[in-house]
Design a protein around this ligand. Structure first.
Ligand SMILES: Cc1cc2nc3c(=O)[nH]c(=O)nc-3n(C[C@H](O)[C@H](O)[C@H](O)COP(=O)(O)OP(=O)(O)OC[C@H]3O[C@@H](n4cnc5c(N)ncnc54)[C@H](O)[C@@H]3O)c2cc1C
Length: 408
């Protein structure tokens, strides 16, 4: 039975919504998590969880289970065909987690949902948010359920509803970014792979970068930018891609499991508060990671306001603290793509030479490892301290979430 009233309505049970619900449930904050889909998604999608994300997920006790179902890797190598240009190691990271974790997104979502259930929480599936209207003390959200439409009153509404966020739309928040979308191909394949299951490999190539990463079931995730990617990539497509951009040393693709293509606009929402806020290229493996860290920090902010009597400005602190993290990640992804796709042979030679020189500089490699792992962005996961609400009136300030009616 869907409640008609709650403190926090979370729209969308992807990794972000599930993680936020688990934080709130653990802290005893009243919330409702709705999800338009009837079933959990079972596709691979985002497959890497970085060290800083693992640090943050420790707060909801899911890391052991995730690590038990994934594989940990401590090397990331950038190559131009067979030539290694840069070899980053995560085993010196200043963290309890000196690795990255490869685990399909469907498994991450399953582990988060299991944790939420163990804490006594639930996902209300088959419930879609249709529109929201701001009120003096929160918002009235119109939802569609199997039994028909109803209103859920919430003090706060969190849009964890993905790229085409209805909540962002309802709140009238602009979603800025480049107009030119990048087209990606993703495939989980079985193959004979010269580098084995030891590292994540990124191949720089004039046609676009390719990332190959081992997955827990012995297959490999292949991600590449590819214009006009086939709707259903097959063995020959992936073999051609690796033959032209990957190692010269032979690799033989024998089977394609889950595969997909999609277009990505690099986008960042104009305001971060109460919002589904960023869309990334899958190549850097940062999209889901940023969303998960957002969720944990937002969970802390909402807990401080709703359970600990702190002023609502903590939510503005959340927005101020987290938006720069997403902006940095987007900048990192576009820099990487630019460097990876140099076309001129002369510039490519210079780039390769420069990278081989930089590969001898421990300080440079450490900086990159901190950036990839998210540890360089730790400061964007720490909310400033504030005191309790100055007065009750301030505490009752309307929790404006959605300013416009939705027409969907
Ligand atoms: C094919 C594909 C491959 C990808 N590969 C990678 C990758 O390799 N690396 C990477 O980092 N990222 C990848 N991503 C992106 C990654 O999946 C996202 O970053 C991640 O899912 C974001 O999580 P989220 O919880 O914020 O949103 P989502 O996972 O999009 O979840 C949003 C949820 O909200 C629900 N919803 C939407 N509208 C409503 C509504 N009105 N009411 C109720 N529920 C609603 C949706 O059904 C969905 O379950 C990929 C995405 C796709 C589609």
């Amino acid at each position: 039975m869907l409640p008609v009233q709650t403190d926090v309505l979370i729209v969308g049970a992807g990794p972000t919504g599930l993680a936020l619900a688990a934080v709130l449930r653990k802290a005893g904050v009243d919330h409702v998590l709705i999800e338009a889909r009837e079933d959990a998604q079972n596709t691979s999608r985002a497959a890497v969880v970085h060290a800083h994300t693992l640090e943050m997920l420790g707060g909801i006790d899911v890391v052991d289970e995730l690590e038990a179902r994934g594989i940990t890797l401590s090397h990331f190598t950038v190559r131009d065909r067979d030539q290694a240009l840069l070899d980053l190691s995560f085993d010196q990271l200043p963290s309890h987690f000196r690795h990255l974790l490869m685990v399909p997104q469907s498994t991450t979502e399953a582990v988060l949902e299991e944790r939420l259930t163990a804490l006594g929480g639930a996902v209300h599936r088959g419930v879609a948010a249709l529109g929201a209207v701001a009120q003096t003390d929160g918002a009235a959200v119109r939802v569609k359920t199997a039994a028909g439409e109803q209103i859920v009153q919430a003090r706060y509404v969190v849009g964890a509803d993905g790229m085409h966020s209805a909540v962002r739309e309802a709140a009238g928040i602009a979603f800025d970014g480049a107009d030119d979308a990048e087209s990606f191909i993703l495939a989980d394949v079985r193959m004979a792979w010269p580098y084995g299951a030891r590292e994540v490999s990124m191949f720089f190539s004039p046609a676009g970068p390719v990332v190959v990463a081992p997955l827990p079931d012995g297959s490999y995730r292949v991600v590449a930018t590819l214009e006009n990617a086939p709707a259903e990539p097959g063995v020959a497509d992936i073999q051609r891609l690796l033959d032209t951009r990957g190692p010269v040393a032979s690799c033989r693709v024998t089977e394609v499991g889950w595969a997909s293509r999609f277009r990505v606009h690099h986008r960042l929402a104009e305001t971060y508060r109460r919002d589904a806020a960023h869309v990334h290229s899958p190549a850097g493996g940062q999209g889901m990671n940023t969303g998960l860290v957002d969720a944990i920090v937002l969970g802390e902010a909402l807990t401080r306001v709703l359970r600990e009597g702190e002023p609502e400005t903590v939510l503005d602190d959340y927005a101020r603290t987290r938006r720069p993290a997403a902006a940095q990640v987007l900048a990192l992804a576009s820099r990487l793509t630019r460097v990876a796709t140099v076309r001129s042979v002369a510039v490519r030679r210079m780039r390769n030479l420069a990278l081989r020189v930089l590969n001898r500089l421990p300080a440079f490699k450490r900086m990159l490892a901190l950036g990839f792992s998210g540890i360089a962005r730790r400061r964007f996961s720490v909310l400033p301290k504030t005191g309790p609400a100055i007065n009750a009136r301030q505490q009752r300030r309307p929790a404006l979430v959605a300013e416009h009616r939705l027409a969907r």
